[in-house]
Design a protein around this ligand. Structure first.
Ligand code: HEC
Length: 98
């Protein structure tokens, strides 16, 4: 029989993703992405029917990304996200598609 050490929670980890940290670590942005973008772009941003985000994100500035999200572009509609959600999802995009 193997004895396991007790599982320790990592300090600062959030199982529910609702820590309200402002998205600086990208975890809040991941939720925003899953809820608002994944339907068209795919859960990983590259597998949906829309643009491949690993191609699109690196060449755009934060303000260009914010504009795309809020105003839409081409066949992408603008999305009614709060400023905090936009900031969080841009942070997530930067971390995910460097
Ligand atoms: C209703 C479907 C849909 C949703 C929802 C959606 N997108 Fe898009 N997105 C598209 C399509 C379609 C394009 C390609 C637009 C074109 O060039 O005609 C696109 C393009 C983009 C681009 C590239 C823009 C460019 O200048 O070519 C980025 C970045 C992007 N989406 C990010 C996001 C993010 C972030 C979200 C969520 C906050 C999101 N999209 C939600 C459909 C969607």
């Amino acid at each position: 029989m193997t004895r396991r050490p007790p599982t320790r929670a990592t300090p600062g980890s959030t199982a529910d993703g609702t820590d309200g940290s402002g998205g600086t670590d990208g975890s809040e942005g991941a939720d925003v992405f899953a809820n608002n973008c994944a339907g068209c772009h795919g859960a990983d941003g590259n597998s949906g029917s829309a643009a491949d985000l690993s191609d699109e994100v690196p060449g755009k500035s934060d303000s260009e990304l914010e504009s795309v999200i809020l105003n839409g572009v081409g066949s992408m509609p603008g999305l009614a996200l709060s400023a905090g959600d936009v900031t969080a999802v841009v942070t997530y995009l930067r971390a995910t598609f460097p």
